[in-house]
Ligand binder design. Structure first.
Ligand code: SF4
Length: 177
């Protein structure tokens, strides 16, 4: 089984979204949010891409294959940089980069930290990985593995975030929230 950073991110937003995505039901190509995010990333740090490129990180934990794509890694300073669109700081972003830091540790790279960059907010957040974070990530990975193995799609969450979710029509067809 493989669990990637997207699933870690979605797990913290909505378990139903995590389940749908993990079962191959993807609608992101219709999402302006995702498209805008790609554009923003390309435009915000266009100078960086000449020197740095995205990096695939992989690790194995308890027989589960973990993988993710880091925006860019400054190996000299041991800092992961992750750029996020939008005008909101989300816990899901923090757990996504903590997941990267954990995979780095599983590959023997100790002491790395991360920076979350929000160009629209002109804000950066520094992220470190603690022992408690690792315990939590182990729990999250186990829960996501259960979601992937389950035929049961979790219920809708009736949250504000649903309005900007690419699964909105799928989840609420014929309903109003
Ligand atoms: S629309 Fe809401 S309930 Fe449905 S997947 Fe998206 S966030 Fe989850």
């Amino acid at each position: 089984m493989q669990i990637n950073a997207t699933l870690i991110n979605l797990y913290h937003i909505c378990k139903r979204e995590c389940w749908l995505h993990s079962h191959g039901i993807t609608m992101e190509h219709t999402s302006d949010t995702v498209y805008d995010g790609k554009l923003l990333h390309e435009n915000s740090y266009s100078g960086r891409s000449e020197k740095h490129s995205e990096m695939i990180v992989e690790a194995i934990y308890n027989g589960i294959s973990l993988t993710g794509k880091v925006d860019f890694y400054d190996s000299r300073q041991k800092i992961i940089h992750e750029t996020k669109r939008g005008n909101k700081v989300e816990q899901a972003h923090v757990w996504q980069v903590k997941f990267y830091l954990w995979m780095f540790q599983l590959n023997g790279i100790e002491g790395a930290t991360a920076i979350l960059e929000y160009p629209l907010l002109r804000k950066i957040d520094r992220v470190e990985l603690t022992v408690d974070d690792i315990r939590y990530l182990i729990h999250a990975v186990s829960e996501i593995a259960s979601l992937k193995n389950s035929d049961h799609c979790p219920s809708v969450i009736n949250a504000k975030i649903c309005e900007s979710c690419s699964y909105f029509e799928l989840c609420y067809v014929g309903e109003s929230i």
